[in-house]
Each structure stands twice: as C-alpha cells, then as structure tokens.
Design a protein around this ligand. Structure first.
Ligand code: ADP
Ligand code: MG
Length: 770
C-alpha cells in the first residue's frame, strides 16, 4: 500500500525555482492498475521517479506499507528500489552488452541471490513474458515489443510489489502495445501497477483507475482510495548490494563486446610495464651474474695486504684540499716545506702481524701466500752462454717487470684456474716452477731467450718442461771490492757467475720447471711468466738474510752497494728489503676457501685493527669487492635512469587508462541509470568501473609481462657476446607477479576519479541520456 502526502518537487534552475509537482495527494491500493494521464510536461515522469525513489522529493511524504520515507537515506532508497520496485521504461533501457537472461538476472545479483536461484527465477519470468526461446539473444537482436517484454521480466524478477511503467508502449505499434497492456493487466492481479501514458484510449481500456495530471497537480482521479489512520512502522527493508564478483563479470562482459579497444588500451598500458620489467630483468640478471661471479670465480681472488699500497681515498682527500683552498695570502707569497710523498700509503707488516695471522683461525678459511721484496737474480746457462733475469720492457726508462717471480697464487687457486698444458703442477715442497703461457700458447720472447730457446720458431713443450734455472743468493751475486759490494754482472766477473753456475755452491738454488700451464678463465688476469714455489723464495730469503752484504748493510747507515745511494724514496729499510735482509713479506695474499669464508677472513683482518692508532692499523685491499661495487654503482645509476623513463611511461599509460575509463563512464551512462533503477548503490556503480579499470590493468600487466618474456631471449642474444653469458636478462617470476599487481594498482588508482564521477551521476539524468 502506497500513500503520497502533499508531495512537492521543485527544480532550481539558476535563480529561479520551477515547480514540477505541486502538492500531490494520492493513495494506491495493494493491487490495482493505475494509469496516469497528462500532457507532456505535466509532471508524470517526475511523479513516477519520486515514487520509485530515483529522485528525491522537495517536501511532503511517500508512505510505503505504513513506513514514512522522510528519513530514508540513500542506501534505504537503493534497497527499496531493489526489493519493492520494478521499472519499465519507454525505451526499454536494456544493457546492450548483456544477453536477455543476464539483463533479467541483473537485479537479482544485487540482492545476493545464489546463481542457480537467479537463473531459475529469470527463466521463470522470461517464460511468463513469453521469451523463453530468446534468452541467449542480445537486446539488439529483438523486436521492440520483445525488448519491452524483457524489460517487464527484469521488473518482475525480484517480485516487487510495485511496477512503475513510464509510457511502456510509447515506442510500440498498436498491435504490440495491446500485447504489452495485456501482460501488464495480468501482472496487476497481484501487484500495484502505476503506468504513465498519454494514450487515453489504452488507459481506459486496460487500467482500472485513471489519474490525470496537469501542471503538477492531480486534476481527476477515477477511483480514489481512502486510508484509515494507522501507526507508522519502522523501515524494515533489507539492504541491496553488489558483490565484487558481479561487478567484475559485468565489466568483463562489457569489455568482451569491445575486444579490440580493450586490447589496444591494454597494449598501450603494457608499455610502461614492459619498460619496468625489462629494467628489472636486466638488473636482476646482472646482479645475479655479478653475485655469482663474486661468489664463484672471484671468490678465488685474494685479499691483499701490502707494505705499500695505493689508497684511493687518500688521493681523493688531497684532491679535495685542492678544491677547497684556504684564502690566499694577501700581498705576497710564502715558502713552505713540501711533504715527501711516496704516492703510496704504507702498512707496517710486522712480526706481530704475521704472528697474529698465523695464530688466528685464518688458515681455516683460506690460504696465505707471503711474498717477499728481495730482488731475485735468475740465471740459465746453455753451453758457454749465461742468460739472465728476463724482464718486460719498462716504460720511461724503468726496468720493467721480472718474468721470473715467486708464485702469487695459492696452490688451490693454481689448481682451479690453470690447466696443465704439458708436464705437471709444481710441487710446493720442492724447488719447482711453472711456465705460464697465454691461451694461445704464446709468451714473451724474453722468457724463451732466458731459457736458451729459439724465438723464431715453435718450441716443443718437451724442450721446456724439466729445464732447470738457478737463483743466485747475495753471496753468489755480490763481490766485495774492499770498500763496497759490487754486483758481479756489472764488473768483469761474469766468468765467476758461470763458474758458480756449474759448481754445487750452496749460494745458488736450482729450480726445475715442472710444467707449462695456462688459465682457463678470462676473469683472472695472468701474466705470462715463470712462477716458482714459495719454498724457493723462503730458502733464498734465509740465505740472503745472513749474506755478507746484508750483514754489512745492517751495520751501515749509508749504502754499502756500489751504485746505490739512499734517498727519501729508497732508504736503508727499502734497500734491506730488496736484499732480503728483512725476512718479513712485503705483500700478503689471502685466498679465501669460499665466498662465505671471505667474510670471516675480513673479520679477522679487521679485528687486528681494533683499538689501534690509525698509523698502526694494517689495511687490506679487496680488489674484487672494489671492482664489483664499481660495476654495481654504474649499473644502479643506469637502471635508475631507465626506471625513471619507464615510470614516466607507466604514469602516462595510467593517465590514459583513467581517460579511457572516463570515456567508458560516458558511454555507459544509461547503464548506470538502469543499475541505479534496479537498486544498485553508488558504491556498486563505482565498483563496476573500478572493476573495469582493474581488468584493464590486469590485462595490461599480463600483456606487459608476456611481451617482456618474449623480448628477453632476443635481448640475451645481444648480451651474450659482451658478457659471455647467454642468460643475463631474466625476469624473476615474483617480479612478474609484482608487476601485474602494480599494473592493477595503478589502473585502479587511475580509474578512481572516473568511477567516482559515475557513482555520482543522478540516475534520473542518466536514464534520460541516449
Ligand atoms: P512529463 O513526464 O509529464 O512529460 P516531466 O515529469 O518529465 O513531464 O516534467 C515535468 C516538468 O518538470 C517539465 O516542465 C520539465 O521541463 C520539468 N523538469 C523535469 N526534469 C527537470 C530537471 N531535471 N530540471 C528542471 N526541470 C525539469
Ligand atoms: Mg515523461
């Protein structure tokens, strides 16, 4: 039972107030077929919209089953529309992208009815309106009369008590109109039907009550109804709401009708995702590659403690001083005493330090190689020719690097990173050496010359392996001329050197070349040379330490060697190191057993420095860490730039998706009106469009990730050459999932404003739009 009390509706247009309804008083019976007649503009539609809760009245009251609607909130009106009202429109207002069945079911999805029940009900009402065989058709595949029947079926599905029909036959021919009127008459047996029409004939023939409106006033009522006063009841209408799943399926079906557009939108949206995905895959791959290298190959490289080393931070500091000079002296210049700089920082590798290393757990985590600073004297004699100390060409007059040196490698390192070309590895407990050649089996001519071998033809491996050369200690190399010690090779004492070579003098150590080796990795830079075991070095050192020249030099504050003069860059200590008069290493190399052991080693090295003055601290260099961190820094800054670009495209595509969602809102305005008329809340409308944005975001993200996975193999082909790794670009699947989530989130955010606009649309205006 419906009562309308003193109902008024004013429209405010600018400054003016327009009265569309002026104090309407009408009561309706539970079951009757009421026709409202009136000229165009008399307020019929306005009245219907107020009764249906699509529009709000200015004053008065609508009382439904004894409940006043004065205090109704939006959600009460929504629920009221969903449960109590069925709308039938002149232009049917079916949703074009849904089939007949779904159009009818829609109102039930809002009232939370199960899927099976929904379908059963929909089929039932469709059967009732005679459309059982057309359920799978789209609205545009039906005639006008059929469409209106669908619209009536939709109005009936929630079994409402009131059907509001606004000119339901207005767009139909007279024959079809009769069919619809018959249907409505049938329905009015157990429902209240309020039908607006300007067809008086039809009204008289079918309706059992005719109300005439003119200029917003009731001018006649053929069968008025008086209500006895009763107590008003509280509102008991249960709520209506749309689940996210319904919203998603509604948007999904809508997007299916616009497949090409959806795909293009998603494709455009995916570009930003592809950008970010590629950057991520490259960065992930590179980081992984570097970490593996550090963990694997690089882990074999040593930490280094040197008596003198280049401290980059020191250099940078002095540069900074130059960059920030003190204010200049005014009116003149001032002399100062320049600091003597070796250009190097120094570590005081002392006996205590060696002791510390040896007694620590360090040997558990890696192997230590001590290198000594003595200048080695190497000789090889073939026939009557004495060959000596092969050196590389030094730049700017310096003597260059010796091609014969103590091995700087731990034995395990040699094992891991060198392959034997011929012979065997050296035995660390013997006076043995390895000849290191490059991967092409080439080596500097000087080395071949040293071994008395030809340099203009291929030398068979067998001619080298097994050869022996000799290391001369100080007593064999220096001769005393009464005042100074003189290197024998600078005087006419070459014969003496030859004699010693062939004698069994204990002042000479014989070293055997055990094998020829080459590296098996391009990650370790190895110079071609003859490398001998540390045992050779320590034995030479032991002899040199007690040699005549060393004993004499220790006792003298001036140089005892001919041709050597002390200066700030080469003082007594330096000379003693060169002579082997100090049995401390000038370089300590520590080879970690594994990447994890390296951390333990670093801890031990750092522990030594704790509580010591800066001058007494011993610093190590970790060339691997420096190199890796440098590469990482470069990589990070490059990817930061790329990420910035990708983010911009991500932002642009988000804005675009926002615009497209807005376009969709404009296109689906009528659908918004229909949804509201069947009881959808504002929240439900925004859900529909949020769902659309989310779907686009999902498709865009998925496309982006898929395209990235398709591009990655191509990128890897290009990266294989410079990196030697065929799998650098690599999109981690968790990152892929994250990107899809990001895409959904961004489009969701981008769609928020359009979906709010949609939710705020006035349903009356929305329904009127075409
Ligand atoms: P009918 O359905 O009887 O043709 P309506 O109820 O649609 O008439 O309109 C009644 C009057 O209210 C008309 O004069 C119309 O111009 C006016 N009207 C309807 N809706 C609005 C609106 N949103 N703003 C201003 N005036 C309106
Ligand atoms: Mg109208």
């Amino acid at each position: 039972m419906l009562e309308i009390k003193d109902l008024k509706k004013h429209y405010i247009i600018g400054e003016q107030t327009f009265t569309a309804l002026n104090s309407i008083n009408l009561n309706f019976r539970k079951h009757e077929f009421v026709a409202i007649l009136g000229q165009s503009g008399s307020g019929k539609t306005t009245l219907l919209n107020l009764i249906g809760g699509l529009d709000r009245y200015t004053s008065g009251d609508i009382i439904i089953d004894n409940v006043s609607t004065k205090n109704y909130k939006d959600k009460d009106w929504d629920a009221y529309r969903n449960h109590r009202i069925g709308f039938v429109f002149q232009n049917y207002n079916l949703i074009a992208h849904l089939d007949v069945l779904s159009n009818v079911e829609l109102a039930q999805t809002l009232s939370g009815v199960s899927k099976e029940e929904r379908k059963r009900r929909a089929i039932e009402v469709l059967t009732r309106v005679g459309l059982k065989d057309h359920m799978k058709k789209k609205p545009n595949q039906l005639s006008g009369g059929q469409q209106q029947r669908v619209s009536i079926a939709r109005a009936l599905i929630n079994n409402p008590s009131i059907i509001l029909a606004d000119e339901p036959t207005g767009a139909l021919d007279s024959e079809t109109s009769v069919d619809i009127m018959n249907l409505l008459t049938e329905i009015s047996e157990d429902k209240l039907i309020i039908m607006v029409t300007h067809n008086g004939e039809l009204a008289k023939k079918y309706a059992n009550r005719i109300v005439t409106l003119k200029d917003g006033l009731v001018t006649s009522d053929s069968n008025p109804f008086e209500v006895k006063r009763k107590d008003r009841l509280e509102n008991t209408v249960s709520k209506s709401s749309m689940s996210y799943l319904t919203a998603l399926s509604l948007s999904f079906k809508n997007m299916l009708t616009k497949k090409v557009r959806t795909l293009i939108t998603a494709l455009a949206g995916s570009i930003g995702i592809i950008g970010v995905a590629l950057v991520m895959s490259l960065q992930y791959g590179f980081t992984d590659y570097l970490n593996n290298m550090e963990r694997g190959t690089f882990a074999g490289l040593p930490l280094q403690v040197s008596r003198s080393y280049i401290d980059i931070s020191d250099i940078m500091m002095s540069n900074r001083q130059q960059l920030n000079p003190l204010p200049p002296i005014e009116g003149g210049v001032l002399g100062y005493e320049p600091e003597v700089s070796r250009g190097l920082s120094t570590n005081d590798i002392s006996e205590e330090y060696i002791e510390y290393l040896e007694t620590s757990d360090l040997n558990q985590y890696g192997s230590i190689v001590y290198q000594y600073g003595f200048t080695g004297q190497y000789y090889y004699m073939a026939g009557d020719t004495l060959y000596t100390n092969p050196r590389s060409q030094g730049s700017l007059g310096s003597s260059g690097r010796s091609y014969v040196t103590q091995s700087a490698y731990a034995y395990e390192f040699v094992n891991d990173f060198f392959d034997v070309v011929h012979g065997t590895y050296y035995n660390v407990d013997a006076h043995e050496a390895l000849l290191v050649v490059n991967r092409e089996h080439k080596l500097p001519k000087e080395i071949l010359t040293f071994l008395g071998l030809p340099t203009d033809q291929v030398v068979p491996f067998e001619d080298i392996v097994g050869k022996e050369f000799k290391v001369y200690t100080n007593n064999a190399y220096y001769t005393y001329n009464g005042t100074q010690y003189v290197p024998k090779n600078t005087t006419n004492n070459l014969e003496d050197l030859k004699t010693i070579y062939n004698s069994n003098s204990s002042d000479v150590i014989t070293v055997r070349i055990a094998g020829i080796v080459k590296t098996n990795t391009n990650l370790v830079q190895v110079n071609e040379s003859i490398i001998y075991t540390p045992l050779v070095a320590t034995d030479v050192l032991a002899k040199n330490n007690v040699s005549d020249v060393v004993v004499a030099q220790r006792a003298s504050e001036t140089s005892v060697i001919q041709g050597v003069v002390f200066n700030p860059l080469k003082d007594k200590e330096d000379v003693l190191y060169e002579l082997g008069g100090i049995d401390l290493p000038n370089t300590i190399l520590i080879y970690p057993n594994s990447f994890d052991d390296k951390a333990n080693i670093v801890e031990i090295l750092d522990a030594y420095n704790e509580g010591l003055d800066e001058d007494d601290q011993i610093n190590y260099t970790d060339n691997v860490a420096v190199a890796v961190s440098m590469i990482k820094t470069v990589m990070d800054s490059v990817s930061a730039v790329l990420v910035a670009f990708a983010s911009i495209s991500l932002f642009v595509s988000s804005v675009m998706i926002g615009i497209i969602t807005y376009t969709s809102v404009l296109e689906r305005t009528k659908e918004i009106g229909v949804l509201r008329s069947i009881g959808a809340r504002k929240k439900d409308i925004s859900r529909v469009f949020n769902a659309e944005a989310i779907l686009i975001g999902f498709v865009a993200g998925l496309l982006g990730v898929m395209i990235t996975y398709a591009i990655i193999p191509v990128i890897n082909i290009f990266l294989e050459e410079p990196t030697g790794n065929s799998n650098i670009a690599n999109l981690f699947y968790l990152h892929a999932i994250l990107l899809v989530v990001i895409s959904i989130t961004l489009t969701f955010i981008a769609g928020l404003i359009p979906s709010r606009i949609a939710a705020k649309k006035d349903p009356v205006v929305a329904l009127r739009s075409e």
